[in-house]
Design a protein around this ligand. Structure first.
Ligand SMILES: Cc1ncc(C[n+]2csc(CCOP(=O)(O)OP(=O)(O)O)c2C)c(N)n1
Ligand SMILES: [Mg+2]
Length: 361
């Protein structure tokens, strides 16, 4: 088997922004909307980085470069479908309806960021690598048992495929025919560990063969390829034709998190090559070349994005602080007697300003 031939990269818009495939399932208006979203998301991501450097938020995991996969996946779902992602998947969640200030709140360590609005059918971001892949299978299986026409999509990184959870999830979904779509964002590194040191398979997609499910490989920097492929996949999975593994080949433009320096482990020439064809520049180039948007409209989108992000920063910074004793609130349904005592003690110290009362904010 030659995996690169068996799992060819699906591409519609190439790195230079030229159409090399069919785009019949996507209108000019929708593409313009995608560019608008990309602009807002990129602006937010860059602002978050700056806020961390200014000490206004804590550690932040940037998603720049992965917008096409995340937005393409989210856009292909119905409101009732489940989305289960990781710390890097805020772009998908925001497209799905989570307010822009949530990732900022999350990096401030605020517990409210772990409680997504009820209208958004998604799990809070997962930091335990690969855990959300199993959660998606559970949700999909439950939907099937309840006779609901829902699918569950799990987003995860290349590093997550080295975890047992990934394999357990694919096996269980296959055996139970749970309507799950597994989307691996292969950005080629798990922090500083390159994909070559994580697996000797040539593709992630080919791992589907072992579980007798369908595997596909798509250009994850190409919103046309991701969106149209995901639309087809989601409908097939919804119709009960079994789970699918999609490998979206992408690249994170920035660091793993604000605590990382990728120049220490990504060779400069490789980095420069992989940056070519990043999703925002690629889509903008295509839309401008075909007169679908003008330079003025692009400039206006950037202005609007800036205003939206300014407002998001304001909302995050004005968000009411969480009482320190609330750390006890969301682990147990009912506190043990010892924890009840500790909670009361902390609340007492907080109100009297004694040490050990935690810092408000
Ligand atoms: C179970 C577990 N092990 C280790 C870590 C530490 N860790 C945080 S991010 C990361 C790399 C994940 O890489 P990948 O799955 O490729 O996702 P990416 O960060 O590239 O989006 C690791 C090992 C963790 N969070 N959870
Ligand atoms: Mg990775």
């Amino acid at each position: 088997m030659n995996p690169l031939e068996e799992f060819p990269l699906i591409q519609v818009l190439n790195e230079e922004g030229q159409l090399v495939g069919d785009r019949s399932q996507i209108s000019d208006d929708q593409l313009t909307e995608f560019l608008r979203w990309f602009t807002v998301l990129r602006t937010l991501d860059q602002r978050a980085w700056n806020l961390q450097r200014q000490g206004r938020i804590g550690t932040y995991p940037p998603f720049s470069g992965q917008e096409a996969t995340q937005v393409g996946v989210a856009a292909a779902l119905s409101p009732e479908d489940w989305l289960c992602g990781s710390y890097r998947d805020w772009a998908a969640l925001i497209y799905r309806g989570v307010p822009l200030f949530y990732p900022l709140l999350s990096s401030m360590g605020h517990p409210a960021a772990g409680y997504l609005p009820d209208a958004v059918q998604a799990l809070p971001v997962q930091v335990v690598i690969a855990a959300q892949i199993l959660h998606a299978v559970g949700l999909a299986w439950a939907a099937k048992l309840q006779g609901q026409a829902r699918v569950a999509v799990s987003l995860f990184g290349d590093g997550a495929t080295s975890q047992g959870d990934f394999h357990e999830a694919l096996n269980l979904a296959s055996v139970m025919s749970a309507p799950t779509v597994f989307v691996c964002q292969n950005n080629r590194w798990a922090i500083s560990v390159p994909i070559e040191r994580q697996m000797h398979s040539q593709t992630v997609a080919q791992r589907a063969v072992a579980y007798n499910i369908e595997g596909l490989r798509v250009d994850g920097n190409d919103i046309l390829a991701v969106y149209q492929t995901m639309k087809r996949v989601v409908e097939r999975v919804r119709a009960g034709q079994g789970p699918v593994l999609v490998e979206a080949v992408t690249y994170r433009l920035g660091a793993h998190t604000t605590a990382d320096d990728p120049t220490r482990y990504r060779p400069r020439d490789l980095d420069e090559r992989l940056r070519q064809g990043e999703p925002l520049a690629r889509l903008r180039r295509y839309l401008l070349a075909h007169g679908i948007v003008s330079d003025e409209e692009v400039a206006q989108m950037e202005e609007e994005a800036k205003a939206l992000v300014d407002e998001a920063v304001r909302q995050a910074e004005a968000f009411p602080p969480s009482p320190p004793e609330s750390v006890f609130d969301h682990v147990y349904g009912e506190l043990t007697p010892q924890l009840r005592e500790q909670r009361a003690e902390m609340a007492r110290r907080v109100s009297s300003g004694e040490p050990g009362g935690g810092r408000r904010g």
